[in-house]
Design a binder for this molecule. Structure first.
Ligand code: HEM
Ligand code: CA
Ligand code: CA
Length: 319
């Protein structure tokens, strides 16, 4: 029986009942279909890879990886899409819809939206030049969403290092996962409003963040004026915003992390995260390997399996 995660196909691993061969018989084309649509979307707009990677993260941190993030407002549902971290920020829903529609044609009522998010995150990483990993599957979709969970569990960009460690610990993720997964910021963009405080008033004294490297600071000010321009965007890794590589960590060593939550790995007085940034900056293979491991770990957080939850027909609403 699909979904129970015992015996066949599990090869002795048990990510809470998820296993890579879950769709081997019920939808063997799933991987090809996902990759075809991702290739098209990402070649049209490279940033889409980043947006899809982030969607999986924002799903997993709220009720686990159950596609709660995809539900629209309705009579039954208060959508997570309107939370502080998500509103005017999350992207890629149309690509998920396209994948889902295609999969409903090929393998009706079979592939969950939560698994589509995990597949899209892995595929987006690979297509941006990052690592591939064996992806445990078999997540089912929630019949609920949590706006409050979205507001409280997802770390804000001005977080202190302690705050980041605490919020990740709460999900069962440690400092190694925190630093490696934040390496996802090697691709994609952030809006001015998420880092503006660093430019004009980091500590309530109307001064810039002194950990911000000078020339980078002047460049950011030109993108992000003191008033207005909140939706102007800047790359999280300006050296290679479309390339999944380890330059994110090199930039942090040079004082050129974009968000406070990036730079504090070096400046937050936690020796462990300082060492991790240095080793990932030096050794891209080490970063790739740990990113893959931590993505599997994050992707296995509190999944719905077996007969719990459902496989949505449309990712935006419950059946
Ligand atoms: C450690 C805590 C984290 C914080 C505080 C954080 C914060 C942010 C913020 C503020 C943005 C910009 C949003 C906007 O401008 O609207 C962003 C973008 C992004 N984040 Fe994170 N993030 C964190 C962890 C992660 C993780 C774990 C991943 C994935 C593994 C990730 C992947 C991304 C990606 C790829 C983007 C760019 C999205 C795009 O261009 O559409 N982030 N993040
Ligand atoms: Ca979720
Ligand atoms: Ca990069």
């Amino acid at each position: 029986h699909p979904g129970l995660g015992y015996g066949w196909g599990n090869h002795g691993h048990n990510y809470y009942g998820l296993y890579p061969e879950f769709y081997e018989f019920s939808c063997p084309q799933v991987q090809d279909i996902v990759m075809t649509i991702l290739e098209k979307a990402i070649s049209k707009e490279p940033r889409m890879a980043a947006s899809l990677l982030r969607l999986h993260f924002h799903d997993c941190f709220v009720q686990g990886c159950d596609a709660s993030v995809l539900l629209d407002d309705s009579a039954m549902i208060v959508s997570e899409k309107n939370s502080g971290p998500n509103k005017n920020s999350l992207r890629g829903f149309e690509v998920i819809d396209e994948i889902k529609a295609r999969l409903e044609e090929e393998c009706p009522h079979t592939v969950s939206c939560a698994d589509i998010l995990a597949l899209a995150a892995r595929g987006s990483t690979v297509l941006s030049g990052g690592p591939y990993w064996q992806l445990p599957l078999g997540r089912r979709d929630s019949r609920t969403a949590s706006l409050s969970g979205s507001n409280t569990n997802i770390p804000p960009p001005n977080s202190t290092i302690q705050n980041l460690i605490t919020l990740f610990k709460r999900q069962g993720l440690d400092e190694i996962d925190l630093v490696a997964l934040s390496g996802g910021h090697t691709i994609g963009m952030a809006r001015c409003v998420t880092f503006k405080q660093r430019l004009y008033n980091q500590n309530g004294n109307n001064q810039p963040d002194e950990t911000l490297e000078r020339t980078y600071y002047y460049g950011l000010k030109s993108v992000c004026p003191p008033s207005g321009g909140d939706n102007n965007i800047s790359p999280l890794d300006f050296a290679s915003p479309k390339e999944f590589d380890n330059t994110y960590f090199k930039l942090i060593l040079w004082g050129k992390g974009l968000l406070t939550s990036d730079q504090v790995f070096l400046t937050g007085n936690v020796e462990k995260t300082v060492e991790l940034v240095k080793s990932y900056a030096k050794n891209p293979a080490l970063f790739f390997d740990q990113f893959a491991k931590s993505m599997v770990k994050m992707g296995s957080m509190s999944p719905l399996t077996g007969f719990v939850g459902e496989v949505r027909e449309n990712c935006r609403r419950i059946n």
